[in-house]
Every structure is written in C-alpha cells, then in structure tokens.
Design a protein around this ligand. Structure first.
Ligand SMILES: [Ca+2]
Ligand SMILES: [Ca+2]
Ligand SMILES: [Ca+2]
Ligand SMILES: [Ca+2]
Length: 741
C-alpha cells in the first residue's frame, strides 16, 4: 500500500497534508504536497534529484519521502506534472511523523494513529462468504441492514464496494417499498472500501470502490427514461420510497462515502411522507453527510433527492446532489418546517422540478446556508409557472457565500425566486462573494422579500456594494441541449461546465476585501480561499500560479584572441501554467543585464552565473541560474562526417576530427575530458587520437546522432564547433559545416 506518484496537471496542492488527519490503525493514509510544475516526470526528477520514494520506518515511527538517485535518460513521458501524492498504511497506533527533506522541500507533519479497538468496527461486504457476523472482512455481514441492526451506539460500519438494497434483510420481505436504511445516533457509516478479495481490504477510495445504496429493489431501472416520464414508469414501480432515512438522530449519525440512487417516493400518501425525499428523508434529525453522491432519485411531490423537515440541522459536506427530479417542488432538495440545512463544497446540478426550486426549495421558516457550493443546470420545467431555477424561497432565510449559480433556468428567476405561497411570508436572502449567471433574469421577487447582495457578479446587475454585471469568464460555462424542442424542457440535456475562473476574470480578487475567513478556509476544490489580494467571487478561488523560469542548459562561448568571446542566453523554455505572456529579467552579480528572451553578450574569458526571473504580469517566477563560460581556444582545423544528415535516415553517429595545435603531441590531448560539439554542448561518447602521415595529430571523436539532432533544431547549413581539451587546461577548437535536411 505504500505508493508515491507525481500528480498530473498544472496546479500543485497548496501545502503538504495527510488525510485523514486523525487516522486510526485500520486506515490507509493519503498524502499530497506541492512542487513546481514540470513538463514531464523526467524533468521533475532531474530537478529534485531522482525518483520519489516512500519509506516507512516502523522503529522510528517515521514515514519518509525521499528522492533516489536520478534515473537514466530516455524518459519521454511529456505531460505536465506537479506535486506528489501517495498513500501508506496501515500503521501501528502511536505518534508518527511524515517527513520530506530535500533541497527546496522541507516538511514534517506529526500525527497520531489511534487504535480502532476502542471503537467497534463492523464490516459489510456482499461478497463475503465467512460466518457473516461482521467482525472482520472475511466474516463480514453481506447486507447493510444486519450491520445497522447489530450496531451499538459509537461504532463504525465499513461497507465494501458494491450495491446494497434496503429490502435485503431477514426481518423484511423482499420488495418491501417502505424498507429504508435508517441512520442511527452514534453510528458512522463509511463506504468506499476495497473489501474481500483485495490485498488491502481497508483501502478506501469512494470513486474506485463505489458503494451504492440503491432503491431499485429489482435492479431493473431504465436509466434512459426522461424526467417527466418517471411517473408511473414500469422500471420504477418496484423501487423503495426513501433509500436512506434519518429520524431524530443527532450529528453523531454520519454517512460518509456512498452513492444514494434509485429512491422513488411515489407512495400512497398524497401529499405525505411517502411522496417526499426519494434519496434521503430527514425528519428532526441532524446527520452529517459527507462525500456522498445523491443522484437519480425522484419524488411525486417534494424533494426528489432530499426532503428535510423539523427542528434539526443536517450538514452536507463535499456532496453531489445531481439528476434528481420531483413533480412539484424542490428537484434536488425540499426544506420544510424550521430545519436549518448547511451545505459546504457541494455541487447541486441538473436537478429539476415542475414548479418551484429546480435545485432547492425552501419553505416555511428555517435556514439554508450554502458556502463554496456550485448550483448549475437546475431547471423548473413549468414554462408558465416555474420559479427559482436554482433556489426557491418562501418564508425562508437563505445565506449564500462564495457560491456559483450558473446555467439554471426557470421562467421566473432563473437563479433565485422569492414568493409567498401556501405559507405566506417574505424571505430574507443574503448573498455575498457569489456569481449568479443563469439563463435569463437571474432573480425574481414576487413578494416583499429582502434580497441583499454584495461583492457578487449578477447577470443583469443588482444594487449593492461591490457588485458587478460582467461575464464571469468561467473556464467552461456548461450548456443545454434542448433537443430541438424549446417549448418542451423535460427532455433537455445539461452538459455541466468547469466553473473555475479564467485568470483574467473580473471576479478574481473582487470579493469582499474585509471578509474574515476561518483558519484554513477552503474553496469548492478544497484549496485555500486565500489567494491574491482579496477573495474571489464564486465557488472557486482563482490561483495565479507563478511562471517557471528556465534559463536553459549551461552555455559556452569561445575566445579566439584569448581575451573575450560571445555567449548567447535563451529563456525560450520558460512557461506559465496559465499561459500568460511573460517578461524576462536576466541578472549577473545582482545587476539587470537584459530584458530580452534571448540575447548575446561579450564577456572576458572566465565563468559567469546568470540568473533569470520571468514575470506573468502579476507574479515573479523563482530564479533559475545558468552558467556561461568563455574559454580561450587555440584555433585549429576540424572536419565532420557525414557532411549531410537526413533526419529521416540519419547515420548512427557523427564522427569528428579536430587537429591538435601545431607543436602538440598526441600525449598532450586530455582524453579524460570529452570533446564537445556546439550548439548543444553535446559530449563525445568515444574519443582517441591518431597521427596523420604528414605528422599532424588529430583527436577523433564519436557523437551519437540522436543527441546531435536534438541540439540542431533547424535544417539547412549549420556551423558546428568542436572543442577539445589539452592536459594544460587549454582548449583547441575548429568549425565545419553540415547540411541537415
Ligand atoms: Ca426498479
Ligand atoms: Ca426540449
Ligand atoms: Ca483572490
Ligand atoms: Ca501565472
């Protein structure tokens, strides 16, 4: 289980971290951390001194990330890489430290591994064939209901990959549509484990080892059915009403790492509990729901994905609520009667309903608090009546901070609508640091509700401090396909976008400059909310990564007069992760010597360090150093073979002859120092001397053609310079031309 690998992509994690931060001795522990961005793992390895490796020292209780000796050349994998990530475990209980020490990287994270024996763990794996008492993976329960029934308070239930249905339990009859998974106070349910058959059954990854809680009791759901035809569809007739239920549980009831799908609240109550909350039905309960995907659920009246009521405060963290549908209000969620719902870093996308609140409907007191959430492509299909594509408010308090509403649609209030329906009463809506950019008029107020918006980008504009009305410049805004039936929204298909901000978005640094952030405040992507001179509007904090200076390989110039010579420096391989245009600053001895990308300068014989810093218009790069040497040379005669090189059919090697200066003997030649060929400073792989018939002495060298062609990037006639060393530290050099085609 001990692994380390480069992260592909253009953005490093912001800092070194381990997850979970409070592991127990059954956990796999994951880590990640920053390095610069490199174009390939090979370049990264060269810069950091070789391949990354992870060693777990049980005696010292130390997990050490180090870099082995550099790998050989011949590495050709060219995708941008940055940062490192990996995993280790499980570890014995006690204090440990994660250490990485290398030039430029110096980190140690102490952490404590606790033992799980103090907390009972039950195991569930539908493939287990042991004694099915839940005490180990081998003897795991094969259904989740048995584990929930057996679980005392303060225990953890680990569920392996696979699909679990609520009616599969001896105390229920198969096909019971009132069957549901009931959360319990003090019980943490965790999905996403590899389970039996894996070398490490405790390995946990909720995407790789997806654990599904499904309301599709017969396993016959037809995924192609469009929203409005779900009503009475034969493939749903068997489905249970609520996949998961939480009634009167406290916040110690935890659901972490599950997919909840196929709930179909089309019971006989009309309206009533069995027609609310297909995925998750919450009544007077305050569970914590983490890392869950709640998708493809439906309800005849309220809350296709989630229904929530009563004096309670459920919390959703890092969840996705998508593709849920209800026939009346609250396609994704319906929040009723006094509940306070908090959502942090949740995606609420492509949910739909007919009348009010394609994403979320808020009704009759209580609060909705959304932070760092994205609400995209939510829809009210009622063309004459739909209100609040993303959010509908009726007698509710709604607070949005750092949220992005995009591509939502309703005839009245594509983003948000306030109206007083059954329970008359106005709403208070407070929006800050957010983007509301939907299809049509973003906001609609049909009663005396107060909508206060500040430091936000609102399509169509809204009065309030710091507000904008400007294209937010998302990386990708997402889009609808109306299937050529614009008057029939129920068959429309939403293609979700990427709501990170382009580097020149007007929303960057345009959030509330005085916002006081909690320590380690994170954006939707889980990265630091502190970046730039102020917080950004929307769910993502834009991060302008600094450019990367590359001053090129060390260069050499030659002095024929023994006094001075020219060297050319080239910063052309520098880059910016966002592709911003660069400016260049070359320094020598702390003094600016050039602002060109490429320049030639005359220097006295000697070696010089140049430092390059590039700037993307906002940020400087880290400095990169290059050594330029000017060598005194004794001019002499050179010849190379072949004189014409065909790139498509190159010879294996280039053979060069370089005459020693007159009066020098073969023994004066420094065989230990490889002859160099310029451009490129290609080193000879073999060399020797020979004496010609006329008494002249030649150094003969072999250069490998792939290296030569690598250095010669242009075709046509090219002058090659050969440099050889004498044992008295002097150099001799001559040129010849080749034709490259
Ligand atoms: Ca079904
Ligand atoms: Ca359509
Ligand atoms: Ca910012
Ligand atoms: Ca940049």
């Amino acid at each position: 289980g001990d692994e380390v690998a480069w992260i592909a992509g253009a953005a490093s994690p912001i800092g070194w971290s381990i997850r979970p931060t409070d592991p127990n001795d059954g956990d796999m522990i994951y880590f990640s951390g920053p390095t610069r961005v490199y174009v390939s793992p090979c370049v990264a390895e060269r810069a950091l001194g070789g391949k990354p490796a992870l060693q777990v020292d049980v005696a010292k209780r130390e997990v050490r990330l180090s870099f082995r000796a550099p790998a050989g050349e011949g590495c050709a994998e060219m995708s941008p890489v940055c940062g490192l990530e990996g995993s280790f475990g499980q570890l014995a209980a006690g204090p440990w430290v994660f250490v990485c020490k290398q030039s430029g990287i110096d980190v140690s994270i102490p952490f404590t591994v606790t033992t799980v024996t103090s907390r009972t763990v039950y195991y569930v794996d539908r493939r287990a064939k042991g004694s099915q008492n839940g005490t180990s993976w081998t003897d795991a329960f094969t259904d989740l209901q048995s584990a929930l029934a057996a679980a005392p308070s303060f225990c953890e239930i680990r569920v392996a990959r696979g699909t679990y249905r609520p009616d599969s339990w001896s105390d229920l009859y198969p096909g019971d549509q009132t069957s549901t998974f009931k959360l319990k106070t003090g019980v943490t349910l965790k999905g996403g484990f590899a389970g039996v058959g894996s070398s490490n059954p405790n390995q946990r990854d909720v995407l790789v080892h997806e654990t599904v809680l499904s309301g599709d009791l017969l396993g016959n759901d037809d995924a192609s059915v469009i929203r409005s035809r779900l009503v009475g569809h034969a493939s749903r007739a068997d489905n249970c009403h609520h996949v998961v239920t939480a009634v009167n549980t406290s916040s110690t009831a935890v659901l972490d790492g599950f997919t909840i799908q196929g709930g179909h609240a089309f019971g006989s109550s009309s309206p009533g509990a069995s027609t609310y909350g297909g995925g998750l039905y919450i009544d007077g309960a305050s569970p914590v729901i983490r890392n869950c995907l709640i998708a493809g659920n439906a309800a005849a009246f309220y809350g296709g994905g989630i229904y929530c009521r009563g004096d309670c405060a459920p919390t959703f963290i890092d969840c996705v609520l998508a593709d849920n549908w209800s026939a009346w209000r609250g396609g994704g969620m319906y929040k009723d009667w006094g509940s306070r719902v908090t959502m942090e870093r949740c995606l609420i996308s492509n949910n739909s309903t007919v009348y009010d609140g394609g994403g979320i409907a808020n009704h009759t007191e209580g609060e909705l608090v959304l932070s760092n959430c994205i609400l995209s492509g939510n829809l009210c299909t009622g063309l004459d009546s739909g209100r609040g594509g993303a959010i509908y408010c009726s007698f509710a308090q709604v607070t949005l901070n750092h949220c992005t509403l995009a591509g939502n649609f309703a005839t009245f209030g594509a983003g948000l609508a306030c109206a007083s329906s059954n329970e008359p009463g106005s709403s208070d809506v407070d929006v800050r640091n957010s983007i509301i950019w939907d299809l049509g008029d973003s906001l609609w107020i049909g009663d005396s509700s107060i909508v206060q918006i500040a430091y936000s980008d609102v399509q169509g504009g809204w009065s309030g401090q710091g507000n904008l009305d400007a294209d937010p410049r998302f990386v990708d805004a997402g889009r609808w396909d109306d299937r050529s039936t614009p008057r029939e929204p129920t068959d429309d298909t939403w293609f979700d976008g990427d709501y990170r901000l382009a580097w020149d978005s007007p929303c960057v640094d345009a959030g509330d400059p005085s916002e006081s952030l909690v320590p380690n405040a994170k954006d939707f992507g889980g990265r630091s909310r502190r970046s730039g001179v102020a917080v950004d509007m929307g769910a993502y904090e834009q991060r302008n990564e600094p450019p990367i200076a590359d001053a090129g390989p060390d260069v050499a110039g030659f002095s024929i007069d023994g006094v001075s010579g020219d060297v050319t420096l080239d910063a052309g391989r520098s880059l910016d992760p966002e592709g911003q245009a660069l400016t260049y600053r070359w320094y020598r001895d702390g003094r600016l010597v050039s602002s060109q990308q490429r320049f030639t300068t005359t220097l006295p014989v000697g070696e010089y360090a140049f430092t390059l810093i590039v700037n993307d218009g906002i940020r400087d790069s880290a400095p990169d150093e290059v050594i330029a040497g000017v060598w005194p040379i004794i001019p002499t005669v050179a010849g190379v073979s072949p004189s014409t090189i065909d790139r498509k059919k190159p010879a294996q090697a280039l053979i060069a002859m370089l005459m020693l200066p007159s009066g020098r003997r073969a023994t004066d030649f420094n065989l230990a120092e490889p002859m160099l060929l310029f451009p490129g400073a290609v080193a000879a792989t073999k060399q020797t001397t020979m004496v010609w018939m006329n008494g002249a002495v030649y150094a003969i060298a072999r250069f490998e053609m792939p290296q030569v062609l690598d250095a010669l990037t242009t075709d046509g006639q090219v002058e090659l310079r050969l440099v050889g060393a004498l044992k008295d530290d002097r150099y001799f050099s001559g040129t010849d031309t080749v034709t490259i085609k």
